[in-house]
Design a protein around this ligand. Structure first.
Ligand SMILES: Nc1ncnc2c1ncn2[C@@H]1O[C@H](COP(=O)(O)OP(=O)(O)O)[C@@H](O)[C@H]1O
Ligand SMILES: [Mg+2]
Length: 261
């Protein structure tokens, strides 16, 4: 395993979930912010194609849409917005349908431009689009690590399992780490992870790794309602502390596994 600080390579973390509302965006932000706190240069990329909301969460304006990068009117670099020290956001646009309609050539062109941008950062955290298709697409475009966020309830676990199945087919060598979020307690989170991991080993012959268990926490919901102070409030929560303290896990997360698909 290589140290990316030494090689100057970019580590791409794709954050995905089967089901919406499990905290994928919130976890993406916390993970990016923790890496930035550690002095990495981090780009948070909103991969939600028509339900983009990171710029709303973070209270950052989106001046132009990613679609204008395709048309060549704007360079991807110009869309990037500073969020905090070492942390930048590439917003997407809510309600944009254009990206859905891209043909293969346009998609490849956009991809090239985003790769060029990504290479200027040490860590890129992609908040992948909701649902299986968006996550698989983001992962096949290049991921060093996939971070799967799920809630502990059976419906979320089922959708998470379906996602692992697709990822196992499309990007079989990329390691998947799991955050179980919105848990009533540690035991609930552990139990959920054990069920998900057991199903994945039994039916998909695929090993999952537990990145952390995050509790349902009122302060997270409070932070979300206050875009002006969202990041500061979020990073004061127990959930953020848990991501910081999962120190080895997180450091491990941001070391590339050199298995780009
Ligand atoms: N650990 C948590 N504790 C309490 N509420 C949470 C937690 N994680 C997420 N939420 C709530 O869930 C909502 C959805 O989170 P979000 O990250 O937008 O989900 P997703 O991106 O998976 O659709 C947030 O608005 C927030 O209020
Ligand atoms: Mg989201």
């Amino acid at each position: 395993m290589r140290q990316m600080q030494v090689t100057g390579e970019t580590c791409r973390i794709v954050v995905g979930s089967g089901k919406g509302g499990v905290g994928k965006s919130v976890v993406s932000v916390m993970l990016a912010a923790v890496a930035a706190e550690r002095g990495r240069t981090v780009l948070l990329l909103d991969g939600e194609q028509n339900l983009a909301n990171l710029h709303v969460l973070l209270g950052v304006g989106s001046r132009d849409s990613i679609e204008s990068v395709l048309g060549g009117r704007v360079r991807a670099e110009e869309l990037v917005q500073p969020v905090a020290p070492h942390l930048w956001l590439l917003p997407a646009e809510s309600g944009s349908e254009g990206l859905y309609a891209l043909d293969a050539v346009e998609r490849a062109r956009l991809h090239c431009r985003l790769v060029g941008l990504s290479q200027q950062y040490e860590v890129v955290v992609v908040d992948a689009g909701a649902g299986i298709e968006g996550v698989v697409r983001a992962a096949t475009l290049g991921a060093d690590r996939i971070l799967l966020v799920t809630a502990p309830e059976p419906t979320a676990l089922m959708d998470a399992h379906a996602l692992v199945k697709m990822l196992s087919l499309q990007v079989p060598y990329v390691r998947i780490d799991v955050f179980v979020n919105r848990c009533a307690g540690e035991d609930e989170g552990k139990g959920a992870f054990v069920r998900l991991a057991a199903a994945s080993e039994q039916f998909l012959n695929r090993r999952l790794h537990l990145a952390g268990i995050l509790l349902e926490e009122r302060q997270v919901a409070v932070a979300v309602r206050e875009p002006r102070h969202f990041l500061a409030r979020l990073m004061e929560t127990r959930a953020a502390q848990c991501i910081r303290e999962a120190r080895l896990d997180v450091l491990d997360l941001i070391e590339p596994t050199r298995s780009r698909a």
